[in-house]
Design a protein. Structure first.
Length: 478
């Protein structure tokens, strides 16, 4: 079954289209919040204009002689003001009333002097949503003379028609603004965000298809924003992952090679073991003294070949964790390290005879012997090994008087194929040492290095049940 596509979606359901639609939606939503107070203010302005027109019409009637006023003129003035009736109230004079002969029944009254912001908005929407034509009584001071209170009776339909026309104009303007804003925002986001994100996504997809192809790595740019940082971090991650994959490929090839030569190597060791068995029967005391060391080395080499073969064929082998004293192990390391280096090789063991470890003895032998060998091959003439118990762990210090480690390899000291100064060295020794120590639930670290020597610290847990069945980690990264 074919999985979902990881290619960027360029259809109308892609990121660009969603940004466009969201921009239009939010602009229209903003216009709604602007429209509500606008339509409320429009209604108040409309009513104030009717109040002003009614005041002017009443002034025209008020200054004319009574006999000159007739029904025709009165109706013309009322129609011009857009009202059915006008009432003027002054403090210094009586009210003046001007109306049609049969004014309509008032359905609702509004006093503009007592209105509130939200009240005007509610009245506006009430007018827009009214289902029947109503006659309204409006009261407000005249814009021409604030001492005059004008009351008018008007039909609601003309005001509603004016409000609908105003709303349509606002709607058209809002659509134009939203489209213009959406297009500008869309183009800006397309240039600043969507296009770079598509490039990053495409690079990730292409890199996933073939991580070994160096041409598929994303190219970092000089942008200082979040996308620029993301692009540079992605480029660094791809380079690191590509290097790790290439290193794993080399390690896989190495494992295949070890499998092929393992059989022949075991045969060679078997022949050496047969020869070494005869050394125990010799009369030469020197040979008889070194025979156990030689046989132990051959046995460990043969056991290592067997474990390596099981590791390659079956996976990680279980550690054989048991209790053993550290001092005799260091004596064996001293014998095995004799003759290493160009000059005299001295190993100082400063360990309490009662100090016991719970670990795989052979694997710890490999770790310590590797450190001692590295020290002597680097030019050290003396290696001091100290061990002590600290609360819940055992600390082993391996210090030499060599020339120290170069700065170039310190950052990659425990990485395979990297942490070596010896010509022809693979750099696997310290990488394997860290894997073995961590497989025990402990660790190894470089404490100090300089012209006066190098110090490594090894840590092992004192609780033999803390790790359970330890598994040798696969040889990948340090």
């Amino acid at each position: 079954m074919k999985g979902p596509s990881t290619r960027p979606d360029r259809s109308w359901f892609g990121l660009s289209a969603r940004l466009l639609l969201l921009t239009i939606f939010f602009v229209m939503l903003s216009e709604v919040f602007i429209y509500a107070p606008s339509i409320g203010r429009f209604r108040v302005t409309y009513l104030q204009e009717r109040i002003a027109a009614a005041h002017l019409a009443s002034l025209a009637i008020e200054d004319m002689p009574a006999r000159a006023t007739n029904d025709r003129l009165r109706n013309q003035l009322l129609d011009h003001a857009g009202v059915h009736g006008i009432v003027l109230k002054r403090e210094s004079s009586k009210a003046l009333v001007l109306s049609h002969n049969m004014p309509p029944t008032v359905d609702k009254s509004f006093d503009l002097t007592k209105g509130t912001f939200f009240g005007f908005i509610g009245d506006a929407f009430e007018t827009l949503l009214a289902k029947k034509d109503r006659a309204l009584r409006i009261m407000a001071p005249s814009p021409k003379d604030s001492s005059v209170i004008v009351e008018i009776v008007i039909d609601e339909r003309p005001m509603r028609n004016a409000m609908v026309a105003y709303s349509l104009n606002i709607l058209g303007l809002s659509i134009a603004i939203s489209l213009m804003t959406a297009v500008l925002v869309y183009l800006s986001l397309q240039w600043l965000f969507v296009r770079p994100m598509r490039q990053i996504t495409s690079s990730m997809v292409r890199f996933r298809e073939d991580p070994a192809d160096g041409t598929r790595l994303v190219t970092p740019d000089r942008r200082t924003d979040e996308l620029g940082v993301a692009r540079r971090e992605l480029a660094g991650m791809q380079r690191g992952l590509r290097a790790a994959l290439m290193q794993n490929a080399r390690l896989a090839a190495l494992g295949t090679a070890v499998t092929k030569i393992n059989h022949d190597l075991r045969n060679i060791l078997a022949s050496a073991q047969l020869v070494s068995d005869h050394l125990e029967t010799t009369e030469d005391p020197k040979i008889r003294r070194i025979a156990p060391t030689l046989m132990g080395a051959i046995d460990r080499a043969s056991d290592l070949c067997s474990k390596t073969l099981r590791f390659v064929q079956e996976g990680s082998a279980a550690f054989e964790v048991r209790a053993f004293p550290l001092a005799p192990l260091l004596d064996e390391i001293s014998d095995a390290a004799s003759g290493l280096g160009d000059g005299p090789s001295i190993i100082e063991s400063r360990v309490d005879d009662r100090l016991e470890l719970h670990a795989d003895r052979d694997q710890l032998f490999r770790v310590l012997l590797n450190l001692v060998r590295n020290a002597f091959e680097a030019g050290a003439s003396r290696v001091a090994i100290r061990g002590q118990a600290e609360r819940d762990r055992i600390v082993i210090e391996v210090a030499d008087n060599g020339p120290g480690l170069p700065d170039a390899i310190r950052s990659n000291l425990f990485q395979a194929f990297s942490g070596t100064t010896r010509v022809g060295g693979t750099g696997l020794g310290l990488s394997i040492a860290r894997h073995l120590m961590r497989g025990h639930g402990g660790d190894i670290e470089l404490r100090h290095t300089g012209p006066d020597g190098t110090v490594f610290m090894l840590y092992l847990p004192t609780d033999p049940t803390g790790g359970g069945e330890h598994q040798i980690p696969r040889l990948v990264h340090g």
